[in-house]
Each structure stands twice: as C-alpha cells, then as structure tokens.
Write a protein that binds this ligand. Structure first.
Ligand code: PMP
Length: 443
C-alpha cells in the first residue's frame, strides 16, 4: 500500500469514528466513510486526496461565489490576522473592516436597508431577525406582535428559531420541541399568506419571512406578482417583511440580491454565504433606516443581543475583498449570462430525456425536475435525482438532489466565475449521468 493510500485509509477510519457530519446520512457514512476528502480548491474545481478533480456544481453549499483558491483573499485575511485578529464589537467597541463593510452593504442592498447587525452565518442571522423584529414591536408598544409567518418549502437554517421557521417539515420533525409562534403559508400563493394573517389575528403578527428564490426546498421561483402582493399585504396589516437572501445574495441569481428581480424593498434582510464566498464565516441582518431610527429613538436600555463573533475583523476584511472581486470581475453580469447558458443546456437535456419534467433557473441557481408523466406531474416510484447525483459524481460533477415532499429535483449553483465552456462540460456530464440512470430504470 502506498503512503498516500494508507493515509487515506487512516483518515477514513478516523472520520467514521470521530466526525459527526452535519446534514448527513449517518448510516452510509459509517458504512462507507467519506466519499471525498478534499485537499484543494481552484476555480470551479475541487480535488480530493486520491487526486480526483471534480466540478463543484453547488459552489459547495451555494456559497463559494468567487470560486476556490483565491490567494488575494488569503493575503487579506493573513494581513488582518497579523494586525488585529479579533476585538469586541459589543457596546461601543468597533473596528474598521466591520464599519467599512456595513457602509458598503448599505450602498448595495435593496431599498433603504442601511444598518447591519453581524453574525457568523445564516441560521444566526435568521434567529437575530426574529428577535430584532419582536424587540421592535415591544419598543413600538405592540408587544402582542410576536408571531412569525414563513412559507412551505422554505429553509432558514438550524438554530432554534430558524428550524421553527423552516417550512420543510422534515427539518422540524428532526426535533420534538420547537420555538413557539411560527406559522406557515403556502409558498406560491399570496392569498394563503393573507388567510394565515387573518386566522392568526393581524395584531399578533410580527413579521413574514421569505427567500426570494427558495433554494434547499427545491428551487422554487415566485412570480413577480407574488412578491408585489406580499409587500402590499404586509403594509396593509403593518407586518415587517424579512427577506432571507442567504443563498440569493451577492450575485447568485444574476442581480446583486434576489429581491432586485422583484423591485420590492424589504424591511429587514438576512444574508451570509456569498458575502465572503465561504472564505470566512460571516452573516448578518440589515434593517431599514426607518427601523434604525425607531430603535434609536425608542430604546432606553441595551440592545441585548450579540454574538462573540459579531463584526469579526478578519471575516469583515475578507467580505470587503470578496465584494470587490465580484464587482471588479463583473461576476453578477456573468451569473446572469451563464445562467441563460445553463438553462439552455437544461432545455436541451429536457428535449433529449423523457424523464425530465421541468427545468428552471434564475441566474446561476437552477433545477432539473424529474417526472414520470409530465402532463399529470406523476413521479417515479424511486426518485431519479439521487441516482443522477451518484452518476454525476463518478463522472466528475458534484450536485445535490431534493426529495422532500415527494419532489425529485436536481439543484445547481455553480461558482459565478463559470465560463461557457465549463457550463458545456457540466451539461455533457449530466447528459451521460441521466442516460445511465434512464438506461438502468428501463432495464
Ligand atoms: N437561509 C437559507 C435560505 C439557507 O439556504 C441557509 C443555508 N443553506 C440558511 C439560512 C442557514 O445558513 P447557515 O447554514 O449558514 O446557518
């Protein structure tokens, strides 16, 4: 056995014994060990310990927007770490990267979102948003407003509030006690939102939260009318509208933020992932200037909410350079253009393969949905998407499948630096992978 092979074996055994993986099939992990132990990332590619190079078709977790292996970012991080690795942002302490990043975010965010509360990721951002919204209503003299409404098929993370807001039932069923005061409205109907508001009592609702494009729940793109109506309904009942841009922010959908497609301004916005492209852990919640003024005017005590790593100087310095790269390299325009190429590729596959029922994309966030009968929307007895994921990985493309709620969908979210040639490579691999699966089920 070569030295490298025995090192891989050693790591596989240690992984099985000691590493409890997030969102993972624990049985398969115990039986087979890790499928890939990655050692290197470069552009849209990841390489593992056995030198297998694969296309990162999901930007890992929808987050590595500028692609892997940017030495420019590691230089910024290293410089910041050696000058000021950490200092507190509690009370009146501050640091330059966090200040500059909050100002930059105010410049690019939709509507009049002008102030940012920093966190370390998406789940913390969601829990922060619910707490800030509720605190806002306490200050406004309407303490009964505490309920949060979210949408079916939504994903908002795994902290207690975020899990409770998540519309995908399976995530809520993972635990047997959730946070109170969360309610769900059908994800495609603004009238369903109105009905939930009416039945719960408008004077008890603090906020409505929605992803601009639902990601983990199966890539559902709402109509223009949906969000216009949602904004009107929230205004009518005096409810805060929170957008969860954790996936859709920072160019993913071909605009800076997902909500930019809808010309609708939220009162609050959660972000994470693409703000640093995964080079450091950072998230946040932005609030409107109106809310910021109200907090300032009405608050008499301390804003009693804060994470040790809120406004982490290294993470904020990394984010600033990441945003500079996104703008300098025109990655938002590339996301929009390559998104069209990707969707065209999907449409060609749909023309070729019987099993593809629907294809959709907004920028570089896309999906292929399998159906046994397109007219009736019937599914295959055994979902195809997970099998295609396996076949694609064998051929050098990493993807993800969504099978919640009887769905059978492949989701895509490649780095925003992807070229037309690389899109074609991705489509060719998919073609072979779907062909292999169709052949195996017809036999
Ligand atoms: N909101 C959305 C829309 C997400 O997709 C995710 C993560 N996939 C989260 C929140 C949670 O973010 P994190 O995993 O960074 O806590």
């Amino acid at each position: 056995m070569s030295q490298q092979t025995s090192k891989i074996e050693e790591l596989r055994e240690l992984d099985k014994k000691h590493y409890l993986h997030p969102t993972s099939p624990i049985g398969a992990q115990q039986e087979h060990g890790p499928a890939f132990i990655f050692t290197k990332g470069e552009g849209i590619y990841l390489t593992d310990m056995s030198d297998q190079k694969v296309i990162d078709g999901m930007s890992s977790l929808w987050n590595v927007n500028i692609g892997h292996g940017r030495s420019e970012i590691s230089e910024v991080a290293s410089k910041q770490m050696s000058t000021l690795a950490f200092s507190s942002s509690f009370a009146t302490f501050s640091n330059e990267p966090a200040i500059r990043l909050s100002a930059k975010l105010a410049e690019i965010a939709p509507g009049d979102l002008t102030a940012t509360f920093f966190t370390s990721g998406g789940s913390e951002s969601n829990d922060t948003a619910y707490k800030l919204a509720r605190h806002y209503w306490i200050l406004k003299g309407e303490p009964k407003r505490k309920k949060i409404i979210s949408r079916t098929h939504s994903y908002h993370g795994v902290a207690m509030g975020a899990t409770s807001a998540t519309g995908i039932q399976a995530f809520r069923d993972f635990t047997n006690s959730l946070a109170p005061d969360f309610h769900y409205a059908d994800h495609m109907s603004s009238e369903a939102l109105r009905q939930v508001i009416e039945s719960e009592g408008p004077e008890t609702i603090a906020a409505f939260i929605s992803e601009p494009v639902q990601g983990a729940g199966g890539l559902h793109i709402a109509t223009k009318e949906y969000f216009k109506a949602v904004r009107e309904i929230c205004d009518e009942y005096g409810i805060l509208f929170i957008t969860d841009e954790v996936i859709t922010g920072f160019g993913r959908t071909g605009t800076y933020f997902g909500m930019d497609h809808y010309d609708v301004a939220p009162d609050m916005m959660c972000f994470a992932k693409g703000v640093t492209s995964g080079y450091a852990q950072l998230g946040g919640v932005m609030i409107s200037s109106r809310m910021h003024e109200d907090f300032t005017k009405l608050s008499t005590g301390t804003l009693l909410h804060g994470y040790t790593y809120s406004g982490h100087p290294v993470a904020c310095a990394v984010a600033l350079r990441n945003l500079e790269i996104i703008e300098r390299e025109n990655l938002i325009a590339n996301s929009s253009q390559m998104g069209v190429e990707m969707l065209n590729g999907f449409k060609n596959l749909q023309d070729t393969f019987e099993s593809i029922g629907d294809v959709r994309a907004l920028g570089l966030m896309g999906a292929i949905e399998f159906m046994k009968d397109k007219e009736k929307g019937d599914r295959f007895p055994q979902p195809l998407a997970p099998m295609v994921v396996t076949e694609a990985a064998k051929r050098g493309l990493i993807l993800r499948s969504v099978v919640f709620n009887g769905q059978d969908t492949l989701v895509f979210s490649p780095p925003l630096i992807i070229t037309k040639e690389q899109i074609n490579d991705m489509i060719s691999i998919l073609h072979e992978a779907i062909k292999a699966v169709e052949t195996s089920i017809i036999q």
